[in-house]
Ligand binder design. Structure first.
Ligand code: ASP
Ligand code: MG
Length: 452
């Protein structure tokens, strides 16, 4: 049985934390096979991306020295680096440097350069963690997503996985060596069919862990992080937020899309297809975790969580031509497709559609969309809104739960603009003013979660 264990940037933030991470992994390996997936060491991804975007403002040599030193200093607290170790670090630094020089000459920011360079963050951390594991006398094998393992399309910065090819490659490569080795796999990184490094989007190491877990039919996908698991609300807003012990996949998907900051939103999908439990665990206290899985149990009849996303916009589209006509919605969504902008909530009446969008109100894309919509309707954007989402199976089972929620908001003079409850009945989402968001979350958390 295999366990996938993903560690984020803070679990790898310094030598001490890397040693703690290696210890956690060694405990797992005593009983099970393990594939470790790593993020870059904290803040390194930003540091690398920032350099590619500012090649004409930075001193490339100084930048490379800094990248080298940040990793070297951590490494030397784990073991006395050999010449071979130094050579490996230098080799990667040199590749980054050559690419930065080329990027600077081109005089424009190229998404391909960003991915090539950003991907080194995970390569460094995988290398250092492998060494920490070897110090504990384990044999390791480091694998990189761009070494013909995680295949993607050419959508640099946000590449989409080609699943059949990827699953085949992962199985073939990992299964024969997993018994004798701890596999240390880079998160974040993939490859195009013609061998160019891609990145799968910020925070996507979680997603890669899930992809690997699904392709190997793993027993469990563990996401180690620096928080206690998924909370009933953002603990920065609600002091009394609690850990959610168990969530089902559908509930988690609703939360992931609406601002749950702990897991990359795509993580659930591969795990769900293979019915593999995803566990979000605090790497400082492994007794604290949230389990996400398929089984609906009897105890789940309660509101699980309240999440909020501020600074979003609503687009209201009016047209009398919607009345008794067909194809109107198709026309509207065609425009969103052309501009590649995704929509969160949708409410319609006979003469109006309201859509909530992810805060891109100043964006050129938004202007293009409004211009196109205005050719056959009247579109108006409202800014400074917040989306609140209440998630839990409970909503389905208890009469009047929606009434209760909206009464409470009304009593407290919080105006609600759009309401949406999907057919799954496991979430209710609505829009309020930005300024009311915090108050609404606190109020509902108290009423629906703390009082239970
Ligand atoms: N290192 C990448 C990022 O910072 C990927 C990840 O952490 O999951 O976005
Ligand atoms: Mg993350």
């Amino acid at each position: 049985m295999t366990i996938i264990a993903k560690f984020g940037g803070t679990s790898l933030g310094n030598a001490e934390r890397i040693k703690n991470t290696a210890k956690i992994i060694s405990e797992i390996k005593k009983k099970k096979d393990v594939v470790v997936v790593v993020s870059a060491i904290g803040k390194i991804t930003d540091f690398l991306i920032n350099a590619v975007k500012n090649t004409n403002k930075i001193n490339i040599d100084k930048f490379i020295d800094e990248v080298y030193l940040r990793h070297f200093n951590i490494l030397k607290e784990i073991k006395q680096p050999t010449n071979q170790d130094k050579k490996r670090l230098n080799l990667s630094c040199n590749s980054i440097k050559q690419r930065l020089i080329l990027a600077k000459q081109q005089n424009k920011i190229n998404p391909e350069d960003i991915d090539y360079i950003a991907g080194f963050g995970e390569k460094f951390s995988a290398f250092i963690l492998s060494i920490a594991l070897e110090q504990l006398n384990f044999k390791t094998k480091m694998l990189c997503g761009d070494d013909n393992l995680i295949f993607t399309n050419n959508n640099f910065n946000n590449a989409e996985v080609l699943f059949d090819k990827t699953n085949n490659a992962l199985e073939k490569k990992i299964l024969p060596i997993i018994k004798e080795n701890i596999i240390v796999f880079t998160g974040f990184v993939g490859t195009t069919l013609n061998n160019k490094t891609t990145c799968l989007g910020r925070g996507s190491s979680d997603y890669i862990a899930s992809i690997i877990g699904a392709s190997l039919d793993a027993k469990e996908i563990r996401i180690y992080t620096d928080v206690d698991g998924i909370m009933t609300a953002d603990p920065r807003i609600v002091k009394n937020a609690k850990i959610i012990k168990k969530l089902d996949f559908n509930e988690m998907s609703e939360l992931a899309c609406f601002g749950a900051y702990v897991l990359h939103p795509k993580t659930i999908e591969p795990a769900m297809k293979k019915n593999i439990c995803v566990k979000v665990i605090n790497s400082n206290n492994t007794k604290k975790f949230t389990e996400i899985f398929n089984k609906r149990e009897k105890t789940s009849k309660q509101i699980k969580a309240i999440s909020s996303k501020t600074n979003i916009s609503i687009l209201n589209i009016y047209s009398t031509r919607m009345l008794k006509s067909y194809g109107f919605l198709a026309k509207v969504f065609k425009i969103f497709e052309e501009e590649e902008l995704s929509v969160d909530l949708i409410c319609t009446s006979e003469v109006n559609i309201s859509l909530s969008l992810n805060g891109l109100e100043n964006n050129q894309k938004m202007q293009n969309i409004i211009n196109k919509l205005n050719e056959f309707s009247f579109a108006k954007l409202k800014k400074n809104k917040a989306l609140i989402c209440i998630v839990g199976e409970f909503l389905k089972h208890k009469y009047g739960s929606a009434g209760n929620i909206f009464n409470k908001l009304g009593e407290n003079k919080i105006n609600i603009e759009m309401i949406s409850q999907g057919a799954s009945e496991i979430s209710i989402s609505f829009i309020v003013e930005n300024a009311d968001a915090k108050k609404a979350v606190l109020l509902l958390h108290k009423e629906l979660i703390e009082s239970n």
